[in-house]
Design a protein around this ligand. Structure first.
Ligand code: F6P
Length: 347
């Protein structure tokens, strides 16, 4: 009997998902002779048995397209007592194994399903780039490019008006986008979730920069960055259905305080979901294609319960429970960024 595999995209979308779906389908059918079903809207589609058959024709022309042809959702069968429904869908549709493309939440759900005996393999995707055990996640490179382009544009207008620009980028638990786009765009201070910030200190770094002849500054802040205890009130974020904070808007809290502390006119830009939209850059298309092919090969070998990963320049794998942990930015990258923050450089 022909092996039939399923594929889903879950959690927040990211540029490069379609490239991964295409690679799964082409490898599954072309190399292994499998059949492929696409589950719509992430785990919701598995629980509801909502599928479409995927063929080489149905994945034609999608390599460069953003979003996901399968749709996505944050549904988690484990939280919804849906494990039985997943099993039933597998039995009803004759699905032998599942490729789950997603971030921390998706890998956590996949780890749970795997511990319940569901044959599953993961592919790392999140613009936040914060999955453990892999050096790359689909979507990150594109998000960094979008944020870097924005910072470049803010530079020219900041310079014209002698302004302080606060740019907020995504990054719930880790500051990968902030740090990477901040380094690439020449930010003067970068605030990340891993290191609570003190605005007095930030202001003194910026003042020092202005004393040395600069008339404008760029501050990049990750949405999940938080103030050091006792320095300013912690914003009261709304919660998502699982009780996790829905970030967004820390730049608006920071900007008036920095304006007061420095005396410089300050403006805010919150990049938001623009970082997740549009066409993936080449690096994301390539890594997504490699991951899609490797995940399908892993299924053919019976290597369930793992997520494919990039280790240096090689494709490897990591057990799902390990992958579903946050990977903070490394100290070395923070140190490189700090070389360009005026006051710290002189200490
Ligand atoms: O995890 C990726 C991410 O882009 C986060 O950086 C951000 O907080 C979140 O998704 C936003 O998700 P939503 O689409 O639910 O607003």
């Amino acid at each position: 009997m022909t092996t039939r595999i399923g594929v889903l995209t879950a959690g927040g979308d990211a540029p490069g998902l379609n490239a991964a779906i295409r690679a799964v389908v082409r490898t599954a059918i072309g190399v292994h002779g499998f059949e492929v079903l696409g589950f719509r809207k992430g785990w919701r589609g598995v629980m509801d048995g909502n599928v479409l058959e995927l063929t080489p024709a149905s994945v034609q022309g999608i390599l460069h397209r953003g979003g996901t042809i399968l749709g996505s959702s944050g549904a988690d069968p484990y939280h919804e007592q849906g494990v039985e429904r997943v099993r039933r869908t597998f039995a009803d549709l004759g699905v032998d194994a599942l490729v789950t493309i997603g971030g921390e939440g998706t890998m956590g759900a996949a780890a749970h399903m795997s511990s319940e005996g569901v044959p599953v393999v993961g592919i790392p995707k999140t613009i936040d780039n914060d999955l453990s055990g892999t050096d790359a996640c689909i979507g990150f490179a594109t998000a960094v490019q979008v944020a870097t382009d924005a910072i470049d544009r803010l530079h020219t207008t900041a310079e014209s008006h002698d302004r302080l620009m606060v740019v907020e980028v995504m990054g719930r638990s880790a500051g990968w986008i902030a740090l990477s786009s901040g380094i690439a765009g020449g930010a003067d201070t970068i605030l990340v979730p891993e290191h609570p910030f003190d605005l007095e200190e930030v202001a003194s770094v910026l003042r020092r920069r202005h004393l040395t002849g600069h008339s404008f500054s760029i501050v990049v802040v990750a949405e999940g960055a938080l103030p050091a205890e006792g320095t300013m009130p912690v914003p009261d974020y709304p919660k998502d259905p699982r009780g996790a904070p829905r970030f967004g808007g820390i730049a608006y809290e920071i900007a008036p305080r920095l304006e007061e502390l420095t005396g410089w006119e300050t403006r805010v830009t919150v990049l938001g979901h623009v970082q997740r939209g549009g066409s993936p850059v080449a690096v994301d298309r390539i890594v997504a294609t490699r991951f899609g092919a490797a995940a399908t090969d892993l299924i053919a070998q019976g290597g369930f319960g793992q997520m494919v990963a990039l280790h240096g320049d090689r494709i490897g794998e990591v057990p799902l429970p390990e992958a579903a942990k946050v990977r903070p930015v490394p100290k070395e990258l923070v140190a490189v960024a700090e070389l360009f923050f005026e006051e710290r450089r002189r200490r």
